[in-house]
Design a protein around this ligand. Sequence first.
Ligand code: CA
Length: 454
Amino acid sequence: MRWRWLFVGAVILLSWSSVVSAGAPNNPNILIILADDLGYADVGFQGGKDIPTPNIDSLAQGGVRLTNGYVNHPFCSPMRAALMTGRYQQRFGYEGNPAYLPDDEKVGLPTSEVTLPQLLRGAGYVTGGVGKWHLGAAAPFVPNKRGFDEWFGFIGGGHVYLSGTRGSAENTVPLMRNDEPNELREYLTHVLEHEAAAFVKRHRGKPWFLYLAFNAPHRPLQAPQDLLDKFAHIADKNRRTYAAMVHAMDAAIGDVLTTLRETGQEENTLVFFLSDNGGLLVPNIGPFTDNTPLRGHKGQVYEGGIRVPFVVRYPARLKGGRTYDEPVAAFDIFSTALAVAGATPPKDRKIDGVNLMPHLAGERKGAPHDFLFWRTGGPNGVRAARMGDWKLVRLANGKEELYNLKDDIAESKDIAVSQLELLTKMRAALDTWDRELTAPIFLKWTPSFGQPER
Ligand code: CA
């Protein structure tokens, strides 16, 4: 009798240990931290000097810096559409920023698209969002309808940071906790900080997904006086305010990371940090950001619009303090997150993102993507393609430029005429991709930025 129970005990123990030792930890938490319009060189780990960002830098020190990390669009909303769906957003006609139209049920992320939080929720995750939504303001598009169990933030493309500040209807809407309106009572970046840290604490012990989408350091440029005083040495007023905003965001991220550590969740949380597009460098609105050494800015398909500060940290599985240099893009976050969560992507549509985990862990050689493509402004807009070290840019007038980014990250030497074979190959791939796309469902464009330089 005793032996029988011993045998049963041994079987239970063995099967338990085989589950635990199956390789990667099960169900890591997933945290996406998105900055808004952050310049390429405006954080320490990217070489920035005048804005201390020790907390964001700590992610790079403990994680993997993606040196060729891209977003799938050079401005806010379409970038988020790719992040949420794992797809080139032009496949469903999403190429513009949606106007703030709470009554228009056509302007938003199509409800036929399946979102990352929806899929993670299906895999048993608690899903939360904090901050900026910008994927449609009408009832069918709100975060609680798109997979988020818990939401705190604002529905449009931006928000004022200080209470009592005037702004557009979009930028002054109440902050929503699910469907309950809240007043802005302190500096908005601090509010988002507290909400995110509380989420991390509250859901300790179950697998969770948190999408922390700061609007910082997007305009309006606003910071509280005590933070502005810290940057009194920066003469330019816009740059000083912007620096204070980036610094506040860094402190907020520090609070969330500390909460992760203190609640014992640091090891088993997969963290992504990136900006949603490049810094805005337009003379009449600044310039107050720094995209050095890249060419161009938000709105453009030159590197300054689409290559962003991008880090992934996952202590349980990825050795930190490294760089990964193959081109990757924000929609890879979708596929990577689903893979680590054991969730299944939809099979009835093309998913363009790739699970980066085997690549980052050194288990799989070779580039995750043969090509990456961009198009903004619809069929009459500008396009770009990346293949290995090469980048093709096609302007709206049809002119094509070719750059070798390994030798020329600043896209200063157009070598299209001397590389006709490469140009032809990349052009063909770009055109094939382009033919798979759908006509834009809406196109709202702000002409004050984003037009090609020439
Ligand atoms: Ca943005």
